[in-house]
Design a protein around this ligand. Structure first.
Ligand SMILES: [Ca+2]
Ligand SMILES: [Ca+2]
Length: 571
């Protein structure tokens, strides 16, 4: 039945294409073009398959899909071991929002410890997987999480964690086998194991050259290459990655390379390697190891390799024809532009490997072959040392010399009854203490701060946050301008905006509300910080303002709601 559907779908598409071609060939008028466009849309060619609405399992959806289709998977845990077909279909399988870390965390494919979680075989660069957590894969043949065999899919925004292989090959998280060169972007690959083999996080073998960009590869474990291993004519490109806390029982705690092609070496560019280790008793390199074989070399550029452990305190050990340049390496290393100085990470103990102001890694990298952005998607280069010349930094993060480092996703205002609600969303925040909102009635007029106390920061370097604030002064037929001030932990401010909105001539009538259903007595102290918390039926949002008016024995609280109404409450 599924095969019949597939064939029908393919035939329909083919007929449709033929029909469109016919019309295009014979009728060239604008009217005809408009008619084709509307027909195209109503003909439902765009294939979107929903799981579990259309099919209860991801695998069933893949089997029903045609090339070009998109499978959108709702949040939930799917106990499956999926494969994209033989050869892998050129389809995209994704969560409802791969860019939202919370969605990715909640859209889980659990391999149940019986096989790899996801398998790609062939299919070139067509297949794509975006926005899943892949966990509990287990394989005796290599590849706990994702197996790529002669396949180069696009893998983005995935969390690949707690997958295992006991094979003597390897690839706890991802195994790129035999001409497999996937693009692996913005993935977190952590806690995977290849205890008897290579590449706890990612293993590249036999002419496989993945592009690994903006990934965090942490706390993985293998015999060789706790984070990443490249073996046998592979040329991975590892760019803007954080490679931390990986362990090798033998060699190459962070990265291991051997038997590749000297003329086309693996490349490690603008990566930060720290806290990787080889087990005690082994003398080999904690950070990067490249075998000193006649066919071997590795190219390491703009990297920080600092604080990796081995018994000889060896951060890096590479074949003699390798090129290690513009890197900060503890203990020093031969090569142009290399330095040996504390990189001044923000808070490495908490996993924050951004650079602090004054870091020796700021503006000391090279532009040759360097990426145009960093792990956080901050544009490179930035002038981080204030000498008027923007140059590349070493490491995964470009130091942005502005007081705060929020990535502002949206900042907008809307009229709600007789008030204005201002909302903003940050994708990441670094050293942000809080926010203030400023209002004016002319764009270049005098702005007045509207929040009585600072609005505390709630995001983090990898944590998005949403904010809203109610400005209860909205006059009809008035244009307002708002600026958002972000204040960093040292008190320095950066302004965003202004944005503007027009309050209409006629405002909505106030809404009647029931009395408060809950007023917690502990909140009713003058020492409490604003805003205080109350609950009202039918009115989830509110603000409480302490009035200066006091009666003997009473405090006087006017309460303002998001809805345009007002309650007066005495106690
Ligand atoms: Ca710079
Ligand atoms: Ca500079």
């Amino acid at each position: 039945m599924k095969m019949l559907n597939l064939t029908d779908g393919q035939r329909r598409k083919k007929e449709m294409k033929g029909f469109l071609k016919l019309i295009f060939n014979r009728v060239l008028g604008l009217v005809a073009v408009a008619a084709i466009i509307s027909f195209h849309v109503s003909g439902a060619i765009a294939g979107v398959i929903k799981v579990p609405d259309d099919y209860s399992t991801i695998q069933a959806a893949i089997e029903a899909a045609s090339p070009g289709d998109e499978i959108i998977v709702a949040e939930g845990t799917y106990q499956e071991n999926i494969n994209f077909g033989h050869p892998a279909k050129a389809i995209t399988v994704k969560s409802t929002n791969p860019d939202d870390p919370q969605v990715v965390k909640k859209t889980i494919i659990n391999g149940g410890d019986v096989s790899s979680v996801v398998t790609f075989y062939g299919g070139g660069t067509g297949p794509a997987l975006e926005g899943f957590t892949l966990t509990r894969g287990r394989s005796q043949n290599g590849a706990g999480g994702i197996m790529c065999t002669s396949s180069s899919p696009r893998i983005a925004n995935c969390i690949i964690t707690q997958n295992v292989t006991e094979a003597t090959s390897g690839g706890g998280g991802i195994y790129c086998f035999k001409n497999s060169s996937p693009t692996i972007t913005k993935c977190t690959i952590t806690g995977n194991t290849a205890s008897n083999g290579y590449g706890g996080g990612i293993y590249c073998f036999n002419n496989s050259s993945p592009k690994i960009e903006r990934c965090t590869i942490a706390e993985n474990q293998a015999m060789c290459g706790g984070g990443i291993a490249s073996l046998s004519a592979c040329r991975p490109m590892i760019v803007n990655c954080l490679i931390i806390g990986n362990t090798a029982s033998w060699n190459g705690g962070g990265i291991y390379a051997s038997q590749n092609v000297k003329a086309y070496p693996p490349q490690v560019i603008n990566c930060t390697l720290s806290g990787n280790s080889t087990q005690p008793g082994k003398i080999y390199a904690g950070g990067i190891f490249c075998n000193n074989d006649k066919n071997d070399s590795i190219k390491v550029t703009n990297c920080i390799i600092y604080g990796n452990n081995s018994d000889l305190n060896m951060e890096i050990s590479v074949a003699q024809d390798s090129e290690v340049t513009y890197c900060d390496i503890k203990g020093g290393y031969f090569g142009t532009g290399n330095i040996n100085a504390d990189p001044l990470f923000v808070d490495p103990g908490s996993g924050d490997f951004h650079l602090r102001a004054g870091s020796p890694c700021i503006d000391t990298g090279t532009d040759v072959g360097a990426p145009g952005n960093d792990k956080d998607d901050i544009i490179r280069p930035q002038d981080g040392d204030g000498d008027g010349v923007a140059e590349w930094d070493m490491g995964a993060y470009e130091y942005k010399p502005y007081p705060t480092l929020i990535t502002l996703d949206q900042f907008s205002a809307a009229v709600q009854g007789s008030a204005v609600v201002i909302t903003w969303t940050t994708l990441s925040e670094i050293n942000t203490a809080g926010f203030n909102l400023w209002r004016a009635q002319e764009e270049s007029g005098e702005y007045v701060k509207i929040n009585p106390v600072p609005i505390g920061a709630e995001g983090g370097s990898a944590l998005a946050a949403e904010y809203s604030y109610l400005d209860n002064i909205a006059s009809p037929a008035t244009r307002y301008y708002y600026q958002l001030e972000e204040v960093d932990s040292t008190g320095i401010s950066t302004f965003h905006g202004p944005i503007s909105l027009d309050v209409p001539t006629e405002l909505d009538a106030p809404t009647e509300l029931d009395a408060p259903s809950k007023v917690q007595s502990e909140y009713l102290s003058l020492e409490s910080e604003l805003p205080l918390e109350f609950e009202f039926s039918g009115c989830p949002q509110y603000l409480l303002w302490l009035s200066t008016i006091q009666y003997p024995g009473y405090y006087y609280f006017p309460l303002w709601y998001l809805s345009p109404c007002c309650w007066w409450y005495w106690m």
